[in-house]
Ligand binder design. Sequence first.
Ligand code: CA
Length: 232
Amino acid sequence: MAEKILIVEDEQNIAELLRLYLEREGLETVIANDGERGVAEFERVRPDLVLLDIMLPGLDGWGVLRKIRAQADTPVIMLTAKGETFDKVTGLEMGADDYITKPFDMKEVVARIRAVLRRYGGGESGDSKRRLVFDKLIIDMESFVLTVDGKPVDIPPKEMELLYHLALSPNRVYTRNQLLDEVWGFDYFGDSRTVDVHIKRLREKLEGVSDKWSLKTVWGVGYKFELKNDGE
Ligand code: CA
């Protein structure tokens, strides 16, 4: 099945050029010419990846990215104009996966798309992801049971959800605010120390269990579930 790419770009000629190229590569495309339509199309087609221009009329690319991240982990590649400063840390904090500067080489665009889709292991069904299995660690959200080194471990729901959220996208860095939004929800009036406390308790349960993975602090940014790459 062809992967669906949503192109959110207000410059018609660039959008059409991307469509032409991606379809020639066997990818399916959907175009949205402004931010609001971008969000609407995202919700309608549930694409496998989004190419997202930053400078858009109305809701800009960052606004679109925020709305996408509030509901899904779909990979997003930002399109930035030459000369436009793109802050990598801000991009990362906002949940972008990569960015490409215009004017771009179409071969490079396709290569980046393929790389990001590969990283996400495209095509995995949603159900299989409710149970994450790592070395000496099973996070089962169906039965809500955490198994560490073969034994079930008592764990409060929020700690379980936080661990699951991090482990669902190994090596992806999340900021404390992202984790608050995505695990506790936008309505939660806690502060980022809530995340630190939960991470600390998770570490007490998981410390030293395996050297294949760990809960890492990314200084100045946030946290990630680090998976050592030996399977590739
Ligand atoms: Ca634009």
